[in-house]
Design a protein around this ligand. Structure first.
Ligand code: HEC
Ligand code: HEC
Ligand code: HEC
Ligand code: HEC
Ligand code: HEC
Length: 340
């Protein structure tokens, strides 16, 4: 009896010690054959894993908008970046290749961090940790914009950034990580949420909207002061629209808007539509001449994840110039008032 109790005390002590000192880096070495699933990272990198799970990177294969537009990936060109092979197997900056396994994990830990055997295996990190089970190596490429560009330059986000003031070395320098992977509030590492167009707080921080009355028109200006690239960037599905209306009795009432200006990079097939994105640091100026004689008016900017306005019941496309109710599936970015 005493002998068994002794073992139990030892076991309890052992697990207490293990809990105190955390999983020892050597205790759980890289599985034979290397890591095969990002779930294997969860145990030791719980915080990063949780952030990533809630990111759009984790949903790039299951995202309903992508599935719809790619015809459930029967357009196989779409697999490349939405279920990519490891960035380091093709080389950061080079376009990624499609993979055949664990597709529903989308752009996962392995796609971004795993190193090929020719580079010593293990994972790409920001310092060398010789003791750690996943064998992290310092790879300076992780911190370069070209790394994001392996998937994010299809619609020129990296080129747009290169042309912006943020790319100039010095005080104002900010790269993709500075805005999309902010250092966590506890100072340890960078967020893996990768907020983008789905986050209206971030979208609002990109632009300022100003409207002023002039002698015979209303002057509207929209400045991209917060995005390190065009507003909106990258995905041709994104669109933003300026609208105006006479200020209604209840200023928060919906409807009654007149379309003023569309901001979008059209699909290649839409040959007659110009590119109207607002580049980093640029100001777009539009006049409303018809509103000059009106009393107080409102000007608003709405943002859409998919470009076309559709009747919510019939699904039929409505030309955006005929839209009077932009709130159909558009999100209000900013609204300003112009006095009489
Ligand atoms: C070269 C890499 C690459 C390829 C190839 C690619 N995409 Fe993407 N896709 C991206 C990136 C990067 C984003 C995120 C950028 C953004 O949302 O602005 C994205 C975002 C999207 C979105 C928006 C997702 C959302 O949640 O709103 C859709 C829809 C989409 N892609 C569809 C497609 C379709 C359809 C194809 C094939 C015709 C395709 N993609 C091929 C890289 C790629
Ligand atoms: C058995 C525990 C364990 C597992 C499993 C594990 N890691 Fe690690 N990892 C560590 C430890 C310990 C460190 C070094 C200390 C730290 O940064 O937390 C580390 C460091 C890292 C770093 C470098 C951090 C830096 O400072 O730049 C990266 C990147 C990384 N791990 C990625 C991964 C990925 C991706 C996976 C899954 C494929 C994984 N790890 C699986 C324990 C683990
Ligand atoms: C889209 C690419 C991408 C994905 C997906 C990704 N990472 Fe990272 N990760 C990075 C980059 C870039 C850095 C380096 C940031 C820097 O320069 O400090 C990084 C940093 C890290 C670090 C260093 C410490 C920290 O918290 O910043 C760890 C650990 C890590 N990643 C683990 C993981 C794990 C585990 C997963 C999956 C749950 C994952 N990463 C998914 C790109 C990615
Ligand atoms: C291996 C390919 C790949 C790499 C590398 C990559 N991304 Fe992505 N990223 C994607 C894809 C695909 C999506 C679209 C996900 C979806 O379907 O919504 C995306 C989406 C995003 C989004 C948009 C989120 C939203 O709200 O729609 C941001 C922001 C982003 N990535 C930033 C980055 C940054 C910054 C880096 C570099 C540190 C990076 N990504 C590296 C493939 C990649
Ligand atoms: C100065 C801050 C800043 C820098 C630097 C920056 N971004 Fe952004 N990014 C933003 C803001 C703000 C938005 C939201 C407005 C928009 O879509 O333009 C955004 C949006 C995005 C989106 C989301 C597009 C979507 O449709 O969901 C992607 C992808 C993205 N950025 C990638 C990058 C990449 C890649 C880099 C580096 C080459 C980069 N960003 C540099 C601030 C920044």
């Amino acid at each position: 009896m005493r002998w068994i109790a002794g073992i139990m005390v030892l076991t309890v002590l052992g697990s207490l010690l293990a809990n105190l000192f955390g999983p020892s880096p050597e205790a759980d070495p890289v599985p034979a054959g290397g890591f095969v699933s990002s779930k294997q990272c969860q145990e030791c990198h719980a915080k990063v894993y949780e952030e990533w799970s809630n990111s759009w990177h984790a949903q790039s294969w299951t995202d309903p908008d992508v599935r719809a537009l790619s015809n459930d990936f029967s357009n196989t060109d779409c697999i490349d970046c939405h279920a990519p092979k490891d960035v380091f197997s093709t080389g950061p900056g080079k376009r990624v290749l499609p993979r055949g396994d664990r597709r529903n994990q989308g752009v996962d830990c392995l796609a971004c961090h795993r190193l090929p055997e020719s580079m010593g295996g293990g994972v790409a990190g920001t310092t060398d940790h010789t003791g750690a089970a996943c064998r992290p190596q310092l790879r300076t490429e992780l911190a370069r914009v070209e790394y994001c560009g392996s998937c994010h330059n299809q619609h020129n986000t990296v080129d747009q950034w290169e042309a912006s003031k943020y790319a100039i070395k010095g005080e104002g320098y900010k790269d993709c990580r500075d805005c999309h992977m902010p250092v966590r509030s506890d100072g340890a590492g960078r967020s893996h949420h990768f907020k983008g167009g789905h986050d209206m707080k971030l979208v609002r921080s990109a632009v300022t909207l100003v409207a002023k009355r002039d002698a015979d028109k209303i002057l509207v200006s929209l400045t991209n002061h917060g995005a390190g690239h065009a507003f909106p960037t990258d995905e041709r599905s994104r669109a933003a629209d300026l609208f105006w209306r006479k200020t209604p009795a209840d200023p928060n009432q919906s409807g009654g808007w007149t379309h003023l200006y569309r901001i979008r990079d059209p699909y290649r097939s839409e040959v007659d539509i110009p590119r109207t994105l607002v580049d980093a640091g640029e100001t777009l100026e539009v006049d409303i001449e018809t509103a000059a004689g009106e009393g107080p008016i409102q000007v608003a900017l709405f943002y859409k994840l998919t470009p076309y306005y559709r009747d919510m019941e019939t699904g039929e496309a409505i030309p955006y110039t005929q839209i009077t109710e932009p709130s159909l599936d558009a999100q209000l970015v900013h609204r300003v008032e112009v006095g009489p």
